[in-house]
Design a protein around this ligand. Structure first.
Ligand SMILES: [Zn+2]
Length: 134
């Protein structure tokens, strides 16, 4: 039955994201990895699932650098949404790491002074190559 298959794919996709929570992936990369894992989810199905999870706040779109950039997504387990995000991201393998080092209090203060905005949140992303890829 189609609905049973859909439910299974939904669970399969969430599990996949949890396993790969350290990675930021494009829809195409997700579809490829799922296929490698023996999934029958096609790219259209993955795309729809991504859109739905993005609305639910479980997937966060991260802007990739470079021309013709394709959107990458990372998995977010809800409570993460209210936390400021500082990450370092590998342009080669897509591995991303949270930075525990907090350097942003000063930065936020000066941005606030320069712009006159009262800030409530921010995202900072560093791009480069991870130790495995460099
Ligand atoms: Zn890497």
């Amino acid at each position: 039955m189609a609905s049973t298959r859909l439910t299974r794919q939904k669970q399969e996709f969430k599990r996949f994201l949890e396993v790969n929570r350290e990675s930021e992936m494009t829809v195409a990369e997700m579809a490829e990895k799922l296929k490698e894992n023996g999934s029958d989810m096609g790219i259209a199905t993955v795309y729809r699932a991504v859109r739905r999870l993005e609305k639910e706040g479980l997937l966060v779109k991260t802007v990739s650098s470079g021309a013709g950039s394709t959107a990458r997504y990372r998995y977010s387990s809800g409570d993460e949404n209210i936390r400021s995000i500082h990450r370092v991201f590998c342009l080669s393998c897509g591995k991303a790491m949270d930075l525990s080092y907090n350097f942003t209090d000063k930065l936020e203060k000066s941005v606030s002074e320069v712009t006159g905005y009262s800030l409530c949140d921010h995202q900072i992303m560093f791009y480069g190559l991870c130790p495995d890829c460099k």
